[in-house]
Design a protein around this ligand. Structure first.
Ligand SMILES: Cc1cc2nc3c(=O)[nH]c(=O)nc-3n(C[C@H](O)[C@H](O)[C@H](O)COP(=O)(O)O)c2cc1C
Length: 159
């Protein structure tokens, strides 16, 4: 197999602008867990499926690996700090002092997200050093607002 330089891989893939999401679920102890991701994409309309790629070394991987449901919170333009927090802060500290709501069905919905997409885990399979998680969309809410964007390793807004 041909080796390819990791920095060049990032350089190439970083040219693809994305939105930013925080995936939330409950861990095995019932505590809220969440992680910043930009690997979100829609996969299928019928049935309605989305995908996320989760690093197997991430702490959050343990939670998503066991989760039967999760929510994709699409971040708004003013939520860069939240994106950084859910990528860098230790897991247990991520939810302290931020706005979120835990629903009766165990959904964790972040205040200010421009969309919350409720999923049931449909499929999971290992690919390379990540796990591809396929979610079946079972509900959600869309709100007005502009998106947070990610491009070449930095945050941007629509101008
Ligand atoms: C903008 C952005 C997008 C990211 N996208 C992903 C992703 O799609 N998949 C992933 O596994 N990690 C992604 N990460 C990295 C994770 O957020 C980070 O490794 C994780 O939160 C580490 O914490 P944990 O080990 O406590 O889960 C992204 C980070 C940032 C800042």
């Amino acid at each position: 197999m041909t080796d390819f330089d990791a920095a060049q891989f990032r350089e190439l893939c970083g040219r693809f602008a994305t939105g930013v999401v925080i995936v939330t679920t409950l861990d095995s102890s019932g505590a809220a867990a969440g992680m910043t991701a930009n690997s979100f994409t829609s996969v299928s309309l019928d049935p309605p499926l989305i995908s996320l790629n989760i690093d197997r070394t991430a702490e959050f991987h343990r939670a998503i690996e066991a989760a039967t449901t999760f929510t994709v919170n699409v971040l708004g333009a003013d939520q860069e700090a939240l994106s950084r927090r859910f990528a860098q802060a230790p897991g247990p500290e991520r939810f302290s002092g931020i706005g979120y709501r835990r629903t009766e069905t165990g959904r964790i919905l972040l205040t200010g997200a421009i969309a919350t997409i409720d999923c049931e885990t449909f499929q999971r399979f290992p690919v390379g050093d990540h796990t591809v998680v396929i979610g079946r969309v079972v509900g959600g809410e869309a709100h007005d607002g502009r998106p947070l964007l990610y491009f070449r390793g930095g945050y941007h807004n629509l101008s």
